[in-house]
Ligand binder design. Structure first.
Ligand code: G6P
Length: 611
């Protein structure tokens, strides 16, 4: 859960590495560091606790200079965020390594290496890699061989960048279980955990596969070897998203920009996938139709916000496609004795496609008797996409804010397309499918109307800034939307927030309701509204202040202690997507009022590539 950048260039690489780290900060940001090999082959290193800006300040004081380097932004797993634990880690003054992932057998290796005289200066698992590599280099006098031999003894997950002053001009990369791409420059070559880090220097990438080792050397030479050590060719792919997507533009925060991009990215996710009679099943892949027609059950597995998208999909798949669906968090699923009914389709949801638990769940599922696997993902070339039978790409573009917004609503959009595709092949209500497809086409425009309520939502947010707790309520497919609303609020404003299905209020949480506990309710005008209305009365009767997000037609009057924000009317099937938007804006404005770090909230990382 860290970010790696590496470069073998024809110019000083400090600026390239630093810019790369800034773009990778979403992967972790408790400390950062960089090592550059100088022209006279000295390994110079700078490390700093805190965000990349702290490292930048150090580099301004004492710049590094050289054409070959590696850098890292860290999110601590082994050892506190201190300068000594920050990467790159070195073995003496000859070898430096950056690592993303976890080495599970590091204690055994550490004991062995200490016995051989290697001195450890950090509390990290990564330092064993540095000494192991140095030992193997001493034996082989060849960095590639040293890396290949060392890797055979490493358990766990890693993406690595390595350099040695005995082989100036060379950076070696390796991946197993953590992402790593090679950036193809002109006479230059780069490494990074994510193409985003390198869009400043190239838009051409090679996505390394599991077990690959790559050697970058001067002149832009790139040699790739697979897990068995065979030289292999991997395709060069041109990155699809423009670099403009990685800057804040006119917005104060990436999160706000990404919230406002939703109409556009929802439209992009629908593009080419809706025909006259509804969804184009072929857009899921050539063998989708036959796989979908055989699917009698669905298991959906995901983490965090993506899991909430899966929960919404369960309501949709059962209601509109008539397919029994189970949804589970990946970290639970992968350790359960899962019973797989015959003809079950396995679906993963992930913004990054690299979340360790989700990836492990897919691999676990592949060993069981599933019909096949479908990944709904936002990152082309990610591990999840490569390893699944079918993929449906969301078109959210790079999401930089750690709190997921546009990735979630595009996942929901993709999940509604999946629902319609399954409904279609299973002979569901054709008229209803046409109606929902028509509503999907109108969704971007209606989403824009909701975003225009931003100022009103900002006014509401003032009521939360001084509160320590909040309760979110929803029913049916809006219960997961309430969960997502609560998650957003806690992630970025640090206000403790819980979500309940509205009907559960009386079974416990009602005891918490008083004037200090704002209650937020999502109340679109659907069949459950009347029931929700009586839940709302229960809250009012206990002095709780209520905030209701409701359809413009809902007959609830604003009174003291009951504030209503009216949303434009939408087909009830799509209301969960639309009602997400005001909750995102509410969390955003509360966080801004509280002065928290909106785009990089404390203790979190955007992409969690460790278990
Ligand atoms: C992290 C992020 C969340 C995200 C979750 C799953 O915890 O902070 O925003 O929902 O990972 O990520 P994925 O990339 O698999 O959707």
């Amino acid at each position: 859960m860290c970010g790696i950048v590496g470069a073998v260039a024809e110019r000083n690489v400090q600026g390239i590495l630093l810019e790369g780290l800034k773009r990778l900060e979403y992967r972790g940001y408790d400390s950062a560091g960089m090592a550059i090999l100088s022209e006279d082959t000295r390994l110079n290193r700078q490390r700093a606790v805190g965000k990349v800006s702290s490292l930048e300040a150090c580099l301004q004081e004492a710049p590094l200079n050289g054409n070959v380097g590696i850098a890292h932004t860290r999110w601590a797993t082994h050892g506190r965020p201190t300068e000594g634990n920050a990467h790159p880690h070195q073995s003496g003054d000859s070898l430096a390594v950056v690592h993303n992932g976890i080495i599970e057998n590091f204690e055994t290796l550490k004991t062995e290496l200490e016995g051989q005289g290697y001195v450890f200066t950090s509390e990290t698992d990564t330092e064993v890699i540095a000494h192991l590599l140095a030992r193997e280099f001493t034996r082989s006098q060849d960095l590639l061989t040293a890396v290949q031999r060392a890797l055979s003894g490493l358990g766990g997950a890693y993406a690595l960048g390595v350099m040695h002053k005995g082989e100036p001009g060379v950076v070696i990369g390796a991946r197993k279980g953590s992402p790593l791409v090679v950036g193809v420059g002109i006479g230059e070559a780069f490494l990074a955990s994510d193409p985003l880090a390198l869009l400043q220097v190239t838009d051409r990438f090679i996505y390394l596969q599991e077990g690959d080792v790559v050697r970058l050397s001067p002149g832009g030479r790139i040699e790739i070897f697979d897990a068995s050590g065979e030289a292999v060719k991997r395709p060069v792919q041109v990155f699809e998203h423009g670099d403009g997507l990685t800057t804040k533009g006119e917005y104060r925060h990436f999160m706000l920009k990404e919230i406002h991009e939703q109409p556009q990215v929802i439209a992009a996710t629908l593009e080419g996938r809706l025909g006259e009679r509804g969804v184009l099943v072929e857009s899921f892949g050539t063998n989708a139709e036959s796989l979908f027609s055989r699917a009698k059950q669905i298991h959906i597995v995901a983490c965090g916000t993506s899991y909430h998208a899966g929960m919404v999909a369960r309501y949709w798949l059962e209601r509109y496609a008539g397919i029994p669906t189970q949804v589970e968090v990946a970290s639970e699923y992968r350790y359960r004795s899962v019973v797989v009914p015959e003809d079950t389709l396995f679906v993963t949801l992930s913004q990054s496609g690299e979340t360790a638990d989700t990836l492990a769940a897919l691999r676990f599922a592949q060993e069981r008797d599933y019909l096949g696997s479908l990944a709904i993902c936002n990152v082309p070339g990610s591990s999840l996409v490569r390893e699944s039978d079918l993929t449906l790409m969301t078109q959210a573009g790079p999401e930089i804010g750690v709190a997921s917004t546009k990735a979630f609503t595009t996942q929901l959009t993709a999940l509604m397309l999946l629902t319609l595709a399954l409904a279609r092949v299973h002979g569901g209500d054709a008229q209803r499918q046409v109606e929902i497809a028509a509503a999907l086409r109108e969704l971007p425009a209606i989403a824009n109307q909701v975003l225009a309520l931003d100022n009103e939502i900002e006014v509401l947010s003032a009521a939360f800034a001084e509160k320590n707790h909040a309760l979110f309520l929803g029913r049916g497919a809006h219960f997961p939307i309430a969960l997502e609303g609560a998650l957003k609020l806690k992630e970025i404003s640090y206000i403790h927030a819980e979500a309940y299905p509205a009907g559960e209020l009386k079974h416990g949480p009602l005891a918490l309701v008083d004037s200090e506990m704002p209650v937020i309710s999502v109340a679109p005008n659907d069949e459950l509204l009347d029931k929700l209305k009586s839940n709302l009365q229960e809250v009012r009767a206990r002095g709780g202040e209520l905030f209701v997000f409701a359809d413009e037609d809902v007959a609830i009057e604003q009174t003291e202690g009951l504030r209503i924000l009216r949303l434009p009317h939408i087909d009830e099937a799509l209301a969960p997507i639309l009602y997400t938007l005001p909750l995102q804006l509410l969390s955003y404005h509360v966080a801004v009022l509280k002065g928290t770090d909106v785009d990089q909230p404390r203790n979190l990382a955007k992409s969690v590539t460790v278990e």
